[in-house]
Design a binder for this molecule. Structure first.
Ligand code: OMP
Length: 271
């Protein structure tokens, strides 16, 4: 999917919501544990109930890898279901990869070719030659951590080197990489006050913004400082939506939470 197509979906649905599919078997409704594939059964129900309210889904691969082969199979079924039933959805493999070049190429193949995700998250720490192998894939997007939502973001990302914060160097330097038009960036919703500075460096890039809901980030602030002329935001909520209820009506409860965020987004877009 191109960024233009993603923007069209956002305008059509009046939503820039991304739903995080971070499935924990200890948190899903107990009756689903009887299913042959409880993780996929949960995801399918959530997707069926929410797809009209969001433009993207983001399974975090840790929640699948933790269950070994069964978990990976569930991830495969989930992305296939999305690609076949909802090709209009932007899909994000939240895997936070990045390694020496030939290894990065294999990570990129795993998520872009084998699983056919639209995008994958990566960590910038190993630099240009660890990210360019991802950027080489046409019509695929590489979402690089810039300023993360957690407290540890202050350990390195906001520290100055050569008189400039590391996250700003990550943003600036990455703009010169080959195929940098395929880059998007992660900025935590809990760091909304940094978004004006971030937008001055990457005015046109899409930003994936996790951290509303369970982590306490504020949607209004993120939009105030982070939105650009073509919106340019994907706001993720995982636990705040998918674990709205543990009873048999969990999918409807998730849809209610998603509807609530979508309605706030629609109000912001209509201003
Ligand atoms: O890359 C991410 O998506 C990410 C970056 C970040 O800075 N903070 C962050 O929370 N995330 C991910 O976004 C999701 C947030 O989940 P909730 O806090 O449950 O909404 C998780 O999958 C996190 O791994």
């Amino acid at each position: 999917m191109t960024t233009q197509q993603l923007t069209e979906q956002i305008k059509k649905k009046k939503s820039f919501l991304c739903i995080g599919l971070d499935v924990d078997l200890n948190k899903i409704p107990k009756h689903l544990l009887k299913e042959e594939d409880p993780i996929f059964a949960f995801n399918k129900a959530i997707i069926d109930a929410t797809h009209h309210l969001c433009v993207a889904y983001k399974p975090n691969t840790a929640f699948y890898e933790a269950y070994g082969l069964k978990g990976w199979k569930a991830l495969e079924k989930t992305i296939m279901y999305l690609n076949v039933k909802h090709p209009e959805q932007f899909t994000i493999a939240d895997a936070k990869r990045g390694d020496i070049g030939n290894t990065s190429t294999m990570y990129a193949k795993a998520f872009f070719e084998d699983l056919n995700f639209d995008s994958v998250t990566v960590a910038p720490y190993m630099g240009k030659d660890s990210i360019e192998p991802f950027l080489a894939f046409e019509d695929k997007h590489t979402i690089m951590l810039a300023l993360t939502s957690n407290q540890g973001a202050f350990d390195f990302q906001t520290k100055k080197a050569e008189d400039k914060e590391l996250y700003k160097q990550v943003l600036e330097t990455s703009k010169s990489w080959t195929n940098s038009e395929n880059l998007m960036y992660v900025v935590g919703a809990t760091k909304a006050e940094y978004l004006a500075d971030i937008r001055s460096i990457v005015p046109d890039s899409f930003l994936l913004v996790p951290g509303v809901g369970a982590q306490g980030g504020n949607l209004q602030d993120v939009c105030k400082y982070g939105m650009n002329d073509s919106i340019g935001l994907l706001i993720n909520s995982s636990r705040g939506i998918i674990y709205a209820s543990e009873n048999e009506y969990f999918a409807e409860a998730a849809a209610e939470k998603a509807r609530d965020l979508q309605a706030q987004m629609e109000a912001i877009l209509s201003k």
